[in-house]
Write a protein of this length. Sequence first.
Length: 408
Amino acid sequence: MLESLHEKLDFLMRVTGTENAVFARAMRFDASYISRIRRGQRNCPSDEEFLSAAAAFFAHAIREPYQGSALMDEICPGLIWPAEEEKGKDLLFSWFEGRAMKVSPVQEALAGLRRNTDAGSGNSEKADKAAEKARRYAGTHAMASLFYGDQGKRDGVRVFLELLLKTGKPQTLLLHSDEDTMWLFEEPAFAEWWKETMQALLNNGCIIKVIHSVDRNLEEMLEAVRRWMPLYFSGRIEPYYYPHLQDKIFRRTMFVAPGQAAMISRSIRGQDCDPINILIRDAVGVNSLDAEFRAFLSQCRPLFDTFRPRDAEEREELLRAFLAEKGMLQAVFDGKQAVFFKEEFGVLILHAQIEGLAFLLKETRLVCAIEAYLQELKAPVIRDADAALAAWKALRQETEAAWRDQGI
């Protein structure tokens, strides 16, 4: 049985489907204050004026039989919610004050008879259905935290990723965002923390399925290339993109760790107030968002092709085939990474490891971002195919020699 005022208030708001803003307006309170009362973070007013007004509000709000049944099961099981609104108000006021409900001998007898009948007949099933309907309309309490704006998104993402790191277990991470990425890159310390944390998750065996947004401006696409490219060589990231046009008015972010937690946000293009970010740890809620992500994923395409050459010969054969394609070549070597670019065909990215991956990119907007990335590197550009192949062989031999010296 509910004892505290804030629990009773929360119960009534759930049963009647009353939103914080609606009740707050009726009671001349701020909606955030009502929210804190419901969570037990603020004391609920207990003066007669407030309790009387609240009782009148909810007596008027209870319109459906299942609502009255759910409430009477809490106040006095077996009795029926009164048809007269004024009697309902008096009943609620007494309940708020913790006073016992006055029940006549006839009412008590009828209540007992009804309880016994419900327990021994098919009416119990009817009552169960009514109670279930009440719970459904009342909503579900869930483990969730709210964060606001870009700083809030960073704070929420920290909590979300640290939660996954603490498990120390391999898991799947589902990522998508078509919101502005400034929240991720505008603070260098956070951007570096994000990169290190994502690498740590990958080292733990995490598999990441990410749906990239390729409708971004070139600057955002270039920043995404910078941040994601080093991570892709883990071989544990599966990139996708949605191939059709979107109006980009409604934007969203979804970070989902199935069975663990989810971080979501929604915003409108041009929104000038801080959008809400919600960190959810409720199992049912996380499962629902998992299903939503996978439904979206089913309509997406791989962002690029990933190859896993078995040896150096297979990798060289792949490079020769790329160099034989039509188009002007630009080859740039950045450390152990080699990028071969042909605007008319695509981009081939190799890494000079004994065992590694190769990526072939053809999506036009991503190819443009890679070209800008190469220009930004300000590294020597090789335009001759034979010279590019020779440079790749030299890098491979240098890397293998270094690994042999280290006993790898």
